[in-house]
Design a protein around this ligand. Structure first.
Ligand code: NDP
Length: 401
């Protein structure tokens, strides 16, 4: 049993809080702290447990975080705020002796660029402090990384080709909306594409490479090659991988809106002067777009996310596809949030559970594939994200190197 502090009160934090509150056998005390306390209080009210504490904190301030951690004394801090806060929260954990978990790697506010180097640089300090930091414990990164670890452990002697495929076949009936924080989401999608091939990174223009892929229970969807953070740690931890790519589906309507947003300068992160005030166009756009937390009510359809892997087992070529399909409606009925928040918040809760049970706890800074995938995979089936596997099926990626 242990004490957990959730930072953030958005869609992902709401789902994680519901799940953490339901795992009464491992979490003894819970606090939710975020920039806007009323949002934390609303989550507690929706859960219906008066013993969950709430607090206001600016997670950009190490000083405020340290004061909060010293007051509540959590065993584990779950960072479900934004990637901008990763380093301040890790720093505060080190100063107060708390363990750490997040779902997205650090990104500086003034540069649309993410990579693990900033957080991996904390490894020695966490080791010396005897503290554990669990990085990237959402769905992708998170479950996709654990799927890959599970495949490596049970299905392959060597993995050679990894394609992570992420389809959102849902319809929220809005002309344009993002499924998680619009600022983070648009920064990610408008970046150049990147994939790993024969020991090198290959860069593409944004959304340059695309192809139709068939998703279980969904059908064919155009899928676009993106840079995604789990590829960076997976090729490091599984050096036999010769090519690793990440694909995400987008509809034509979404892409048209995105193109217009970019063409008129609204995706820019460079501050401009507007009537004597500095504003960042993308942050202003976020303020007028639908809030991802409000999409759930009319969201139909499902997500389908998984890993398609080709490699060798017992001297023979083998393919393996492991995936989850998640219904937006079922997610909403359980937690009041849509499927994308659900598929991120549930793994964050399971990661915290793994930590509390002592199954995932070692000093240092770790990506989730560096822990035993088996107890996590077992828990996915119990906590609402069941997985399915297809062995030696057609994984559609037949272009080997
Ligand atoms: P939201 O924008 O809905 O929520 C972010 C929350 O963080 C808000 O409650 C916000 O406060 C709070 N916050 C922001 N800045 C601060 C600050 N300085 N101090 C305290 N609190 C702050 O985002 P999501 O819930 O959609 O996403 C949360 C995280 O999950 C993001 O890092 C995102 O990248 C990640 N993610 C990971 C995925 C994965 O599969 N691995 C998939 C989807 C998301 P306020 O309410 O006041 O604005």
């Amino acid at each position: 049993m242990g004490k957990v502090l959730i930072i953030g009160a958005g869609g992902v934090a709401t789902v994680a809080a519901h799940k953490v509150a339901g795992n009464t056998d491992v979490f003894s005390e819970i606090m939710i702290a975020s920039r806007t306390k009323s949002k934390c209080d609303a989550i507690v009210q929706a859960i219906g447990r008066k013993d969950i504490r709430t607090a206001q904190v600016d997670a950009d301030s190490v000083e405020q975080l340290v004061a909060l951690f010293n007051d509540f004394r959590p065993d584990l801090v779950m960072n479900l705020a934004l990637p901008y806060q990763d380093l301040t929260i890790m720093e505060a954990c080190l100063q107060t002796g708390c363990h750490y978990l997040d779902t997205a790697n650090y990104e500086p506010k003034d540069e649309a660029h993410f990579e693990y180097s900033w957080q991996w640089a904390y490894k020695e300090r966490f080791e010396q402090a005897g503290l554990c930091a669990i990085l990237g414990c959402g769905f992708d990164p998170g479950v996709t990384s654990i799927y890959t670890a599970y495949a490596a452990k049970h299905h392959f002697d060597e993995m050679h080709y990894l394609d992570i495929v992420d389809c959102n076949a849902g319809d929220h009936h809005k002309a344009f909306a993002t499924n998680f924080n619009p600022e983070i989401n648009i920064r990610e999608i408008t970046q150049k594409g990147l994939y790993w091939q024969e020991g090198k990174w290959v860069e593409t223009e944004p959304l340059e490479i695309h192809r139709p892929l068939t998703y279980p229970e969904v059908g064919v969807r155009e899928s676009y090659l993106l840079h995604h953070e789990e590829i960076e740690s997976l090729v490091k931890n599984y050096p036999t991988i010769r090519r690793a790519r990440f694909w995400m589906t987008f509809g034509q309507e979404y892409l048209t809106h995105l193109r217009v947003i970019q063409n008129i300068g609204m995706a820019s992160i460079v501050p401009i002067d507007y009537e004597g005030k500095q504003i960042v166009p993308l942050q202003f756009l976020k303020a007028v777009l639908p809030n991802p937390q409000d999409l759930g009510e009319n969201y139909e359809g499902q997500t389908s996310i998984g890993c398609r892997i080709r490699g060798v087992k017992d001297g023979r070529e083998k393919t393996y596809y492991v995936y989850n399909n998640c219904s937006h409606r079922a997610a909403y009925e359980e937690t009041g949030m849509q499927g994308v928040s659900y598929t991120t918040g549930v793994p964050a809760c399971i990661g915290a559970r793994m930590f509390m049970l002592g199954l995932w706890n070692k000093p240092g800074v770790w990506n989730v594939e560096e822990f035993d995938p088996d107890p996590f995979m077992e828990e996915l089936n119990k906590q609402g994200l069941p997985w399915h596997e297809i062995v030696d099926g057609d994984i559609e990626f037949n272009d080997t190197l």
